[in-house]
Every structure is written in C-alpha cells, then in structure tokens.
Design a protein around this ligand. Structure first.
Ligand code: ATP
Ligand code: MG
Length: 364
C-alpha cells in the first residue's frame, strides 16, 4: 500500500536530516508517496509568506506530514511557521518519547518515558502587556480593586489561561496514549501549590480523568520536584502530561537524559492531522556541512510510521539506529563529543545514515 505523506524539508539542517529520514524509510521497504512542499523564510519572496496556502492545503489533504525544523527570523514581520501550523491544525498535543539507546552519549541507560505537552494555552498564549501599555495599567487597576494588591509601576504582565476543556483534552490524550502503547503510569506535572486557580484546575481535571482509567496508575508531581526526580531517577517515570510551559522545559530536560536534542523525536497531534518532527531547531551553525545528527528526525519518521500502521518497519528502523549507535564507531560529532570529549573520529550525516541503512539490510 502506498501512503501519501507531506514532506516539508525546512531550513538550516532540515533538508539534510529529512533526506536522511526519507532514505531510511525507503530502505525499510515502506512505500510512501512524498508530497514535498517548501516553507520558511526562503519562500517569502516567491509566495509572500513563510507558510504559503498550498502547504496548508497539502497537510489538510493528506493529514500527515514529516517536517524539518523551520526558524522564522526575528523581525521578518511574519509569525513563526511552527506557531502558524499549530493554529491552522489545532495541534493541541506535543508528544516526545525519550528512550535511552546504548551509545547515545548520555549519562543514563534506563530512560524510557514520554512527554505529552499541552500546546494551545498557558503562558504561551501570548497574552502579554508591556509595562507601559494601557493593558497592563487596566489589569493592575482591576487587581487592585479586587484583591487590594498593588502591582506597582513599571510592571509587565503575562496572562496564563488554563481551561477545563484543554486540560481535559490533553490529560485524556495522555491516558489514551498510555493504553494504546502499553504504558503503566501517567504523571501529571503542575505547580498547583502556588498557582491554585490555574494549575489547581489542571490538577483537578487530571484527577477526574484519571479516575476513568483504573487500569493506568496515576500520580501528580510538582514541577520542580519532577525535574529533580527526572535527573536523579528517570526510571521512575513513564508518561508525563504537562501544561505548555512546563512541557517545553521538561521536554528539553528529558532530551538531555537521552543524549541531547539530536536524539529526541517528536509529534504534534491535532484533530485529524499529525505533523512529525525532531525536537531541535534548524541549527544554522552547522547547516550544510553534513555533520548534523539525523537520529531525531529518523526516529520522528518512526513515529510517523507507527501512526500509519507500519509498526514493523518502525521497530526495524529503531533497532537499526540502536545497532549503529551502540557500535560507537560511526556516530555524528554531537554524540562523539558526548562520548569522548572531542569531535575527532565522528562521521557525517550521510555516512551515519548509510550505516543505519546497512544495519537495516543485515536485519531479518
Ligand atoms: P530553536 O529556537 O529553533 O529551538 P535553538 O536556538 O534552540 O533553536 P537549535 O537549532 O535546536 O537551537 O540548536 C541548538 C544547538 O544544538 C546548536 O548548537 C545546534 O548546532 C545543536 N543541534 C541541534 N540539532 C542538532 C542535530 N540534529 N545534530 C547536531 N547538533 C544539533
Ligand atoms: Mg530550542
């Protein structure tokens, strides 16, 4: 069966790592018809915007995309392509599995957790008021009237919307994910002891939803304690579900537990649409040099294959990546440095990908 998938190479190292992922998927024998479209700063001159309509249309038509990182330059006058995609497709859940692989260059060998981050609200809703703006003044006045508290002059304000609906949707997604993937426990991460209204609501909803899933264990952890726990005993964690801001921070922390951003895959899930992409950015400092680590993008492609029902191929690719990394001989410079303290002896993106394909061909 041929699967129809949109491919957005992205910018910086994007084209190199998406190309690597495509090659590995083809070598695993999965038949994909790629619909390649371009987005990002490079297309602004041609289409007048970094996210042209035909890109949106393609994703809407096929419902699934593999994407490279895209950095929207500050001051370009356009909003970030990633944010625009999130809005266009209501990509409310960001899923980032973090699993140790031998030879990944990290300090741990026992990490196997999944971060599920709420993507639509919280402090990232972008509702902010400059200290000098009328908005900040009006809010300060309201706060004064209602609570008697003085916010003081020259105080900028950011608003943190947490809704019952979005909290329920993300926690339910986490439990459904746990069930579908044979996971045993969901940990809701919050700061409800301090933010009693917002995180309090989130925690309350999480407990209610958890009661509907008696087959999955549930616990909640305060975000600071969760961070310490992740660093000291990552094996204690299984599925974590977090509001947007904590989710952003804790997913990078968790990537650090498995060898860094070059290792960490991700998916953005919406209603009827899913976009798969590495956790990291476009890494302009190493773009075009054939040195980027394509592992995160290859593993993102594995998540895409799981999504398409090609679970055997996904498992074979993951095994081939493991074999290649564990040999320790053919790793990209980021991993080489983590293992030995130096870039010496590292291989390039293309050679690493060749080794993964070679390992695939040696597997039954
Ligand atoms: P963004 O704002 O898009 O998240 P960022 O500023 O966080 O970007 P990244 O582009 O993610 O930055 O890169 C952070 C660092 O990690 C850079 O030094 C980059 O070279 C390195 N890096 C990121 N991805 C990879 C990769 N796949 N392989 C090797 N190094 C990487
Ligand atoms: Mg970043």
């Amino acid at each position: 069966m041929t699967h129809e998938v949109v491919l957005i190479p992205g910018d910086g190292i994007g084209p190199e790592i998406t190309r690597a992922a495509q090659r590995v998927v083809a070598a695993a024998g999965v038949d994909i018809s790629w619909h390649e479209v371009q987005a990002g700063a490079g297309v602004i001159d041609q289409y007048g915007a970094p996210l042209p309509d035909h890109v949106i249309d393609a994703i809407r038509t096929y419902g699934v995309a593999l994407k490279g990182p895209i950095t929207t330059p500050v001051g370009s006058g356009f909003r970030s392509v990633n944010v625009a995609l999130r809005h266009a497709f209501n990509l409310y859940a960001c899923v980032r599995p973090c699993a140790s692989m031998p030879g990944d260059g990290s300090r741990y060998d026992n990490v196997d957790l999944v971060i599920i981050r709420e993507n639509s609200e919280d402090l990232y809703a972008g509702i902010e008021f400059d200290a000098d703006s009328v908005g900040a003044g009006a809010i300060a006045d309201t706060v004064k009237k209602q609570t008697g508290k003085e916010l003081g002059p020259q105080t900028a304000i950011s608003i943190k919307p947490i809704s019952r609906a979005a909290s329920e949707r993300i926690v339910r997604y986490a439990f459904e994910y746990a069930r579908a993937n044979g996971r045993k426990k969901v940990t809701a991460v919050h700061k409800a002891n301090i933010m009693k209204c917002t995180d309090g609501l989130y925690l309350h909803v999480a407990r209610d939803v958890a009661a509907e899933y008696p087959d999955i264990a549930f616990e909640d952890k305060i975000v600071d304690a969760a961070c310490m726990g992740l660093v000291m005993h990552p094996e204690d964690f299984d599925v974590l579900v977090l509001p947007n801001l904590y989710g952003d921070i804790v997913s990078d922390l968790s990537a650090g537990l498995i060898g860094g951003l070059g290792m960490a895959p991700g998916a953005n899930i919406g209603d009827g649409c899913a976009i798969f992409e590495a956790t990291h950015g476009s890494a302009p400092d190493i773009a075009g040099q054939d040195v980027a680590n394509p592992t995160a993008e290859i593993l993102s492609a594995c998540m895409l294959l799981d999504h398409l029902g090609e679970t055997t191929a996904a498992a074979r690719i993951r095994a081939a990546v493991r074999v290649t990394l564990s040999s320790g001989a053919s790793v990209t410079q980021d991993v080489r440095r983590a293992l030995t303290g130096s870039y010496d002896g590292a291989v390039g993106t293309t050679q690493f990908t060749d080794e993964v394909i070679d390992a695939l061909s040696r597997m039954v």
